[in-house]
Write a protein that binds this ligand. Structure first.
Ligand SMILES: [Zn+2]
Length: 97
C-alpha cells in the first residue's frame, strides 16, 4: 500500500537533491538542470559544475571525443527500452584554449 517510494539522494557527499522533474504523463523523462547546482559539485557520470565562460551560468563542461567542447546547462534524459538517452537541449559552445 505504500505505492512508489521516493528515494532521496542521501550520500555521504553533500549532493543536493538533483533537480529532477517528472513529466506528468508518466514517461520516464527527467530534466536535469545543472544551472541550479553549486559550482564545484561533482556530478556522478557527468563532471564538475563550473561557470560557463559563455553565459556565466553554472554548467558542466563536456568534451566529446569527436566534436567541439561545450557547456551543458540542461538536459533531458529518457529511459528507453535499450538504455538511457540524454538530450542536451540547453548548452553553450565555447572555444577551447
Ligand atoms: Zn552557457
Amino acid at each position: 500500500m505504500t505505492g512508489i517510494a521516493l528515494v532521496r539522494m542521501h550520500h555521504a557527499t553533500e549532493i543536493p537533491e538533483r533537480v529532477v522533474s517528472k513529466v506528468p504523463e508518466g514517461a520516464m523523462t527527467n530534466l536535469d538542470d545543472f544551472t541550479l547546482l553549486p559550482r564545484g559539485l561533482e556530478v556522478p557520470f557527468e563532471g564538475r559544475v563550473e561557470t560557463c565562460p559563455a553565459c556565466g551560468r553554472n554548467g558542466i563542461e563536456e568534451r566529446p571525443e569527436c566534436g567541439d567542447p561545450y557547456f551543458l546547462h540542461r538536459q533531458s534524459s529518457e529511459m528507453l527500452g535499450d538504455g538511457l538517452r540524454t538530450d542536451p537541449f540547453d548548452r553553450c559552445s565555447f572555444q577551447a584554449n
